[in-house]
Write a protein that binds this ligand. Structure first.
Ligand code: MG
Length: 377
């Protein structure tokens, strides 16, 4: 049914002027619910109420939810062909009866947060984060706690949130999921107040990210990180004091301390195999190795998912405090954040509403609860 056809519910010549406006605007696929709010001074007008009902019904019959305008926040650096991308997005929006989206680009200074916040202020019903994990995190920070869902169109090197949750990598499939009706709340975390959705860490992983330059990533893809990591395997370990869930502080030597909302790295490496993004907790791993043999043992323990021992310690937490004897580089969702000697990590349960395929939502819902290991093991 087209918008003008939905107006046929009214007897000819009996459509109130404001109702006509409402129906026309709905036909342009704007959000009927927002229009209701905008015209609530006519709340006592029965004609208005009927028009509202007809508009919402018309939208529903067109296969739309009443809200149907999205913001597309894209990292232009990741776009190989801007025109083809916009064409594909418009085709999907049209097919689902959505309006022309708001187009917003990220910048090196603002990788998504400001753009997503503007989009939420403009009243969009969905934000599409199109880029790598940095873009996803930026956009997540902009929508978190607003009730506006986030969809991911993966375009990065890692795409770790998308891969961990089971989101499709191909553009057309990702758009189908974005404009579909399945969404679930997932957790997020904050390190020193900054939101993350995948992982954050201090020590080796931050050095590894610093060393994987853009030209290297372009040439080698994911392998750039592995090469960079190998260069830093001989670095001096950190001396840290950690306290999880308010427990007694514990001293340890660590080469890398990583916290995560999800646990799998590229290449199928189960760094935090118990992590699940909807259990209200975050997972941490502290690694310690000092030479080639002990690194091999640590890597084997991780890959073979052995219980924590020797150079590998794990904990699940809602709050983790980390004090470093010396300032160290740290990273958050793949972005190097500078150096610090203090990290406070807190879980934000169910903070982010994420569009996902029905299969992924089912998989998440049916996973058994992970082990409650809330003290270091
Ligand atoms: Mg979790």
């Amino acid at each position: 049914m087209t918008p003008s056809e939905s107006m046929n519910a009214w007897p000819p010549g009996k459509v109130p002027a404001h109702a006509e406006c409402l129906l026309t605007t709905t036909g342009a696929a704007a959000s009927a619910s927002r229009l209701i709010a905008l015209t609530c001074d006519r709340e006592d007008d029965r004609g208005y109420r009927k028009a509202t009902d007809a508009a919402v019904k018309g939208a529903a019959e067109m296969g739309q939810a009443p809200g149907n305008r999205a913001a597309v926040v894209v990292n232009p650096v990741k776009l190989a062909d801007d025109e083809a991308f916009r064409k594909a997005v418009r085709r999907a929006m049209d097919a689902h009866g959505w309006a022309e989206p708001l187009w917003l680009e990220t910048t090196p200074e603002d990788p998504g947060r400001g753009q997503a916040e503007s989009a939420v202020s403009a009243g969009v019903d969905l934000v599409l984060a199109c880029g790598g994990d940095g873009t996803v995190t930026g956009c997540a920070e902009g929508v978190v706690g607003t009730g506006v869902p986030l969809a991911v169109i993966p375009m990065g090197t890692g795409n770790l949130l998308a891969r961990n949750v089971g989101l499709p990598m191909a553009l057309d499939e990702a758009l189908e999921v974005a404009l579909g009706s399945v969404q679930r709340p997932i957790d997020a975390g904050r390190v020193n107040g900054t939101l993350f959705v995948v992982m954050a860490g201090v020590g080796l992983d931050a050095r590894m990210l610093s060393g994987a330059t853009d030209p290297l990533k372009k040439r080698l893809g994911w392998a750039a990180y592995a090469i960079s990591a190998i260069r830093h395997l001989g670095d001096q370990p950190m001396r840290v004091t950690v306290s999880a869930n308010g427990d007694q502080p514990r001293r340890m030597r660590s080469t890398a301390l990583i916290v995560g909302n999800v646990g799998w790295l590229r290449g199928g490496v189960p760094l935090l195999p118990d992590a699940r993004p909807d259990d209200g907790r975050l997972d941490a791993i502290a690694l310690f190795a000092s030479g080639p043999a002990s690194w091999l043992a640590v890597v084997a323990d991780i890959v073979l998912r052995r219980p924590a021992r020797g150079g590998v310690h794990r904990v699940q937490f809602t709050e983790l405090r980390v004090t470093l004897d010396e300032e160290q580089p740290w990273e958050l969702d793949g972005e190097v954040m500078g150096r610090t000697s203090q990290l406070t990590v807190v879980a934000e349960p169910g903070a982010l509403l994420l569009r996902m395929p029905a299969s992924a939502a089912h998989h998440l819902a049916s996973r058994p609860p992970s082990h409650p290991g809330t003290s270091w093991q």
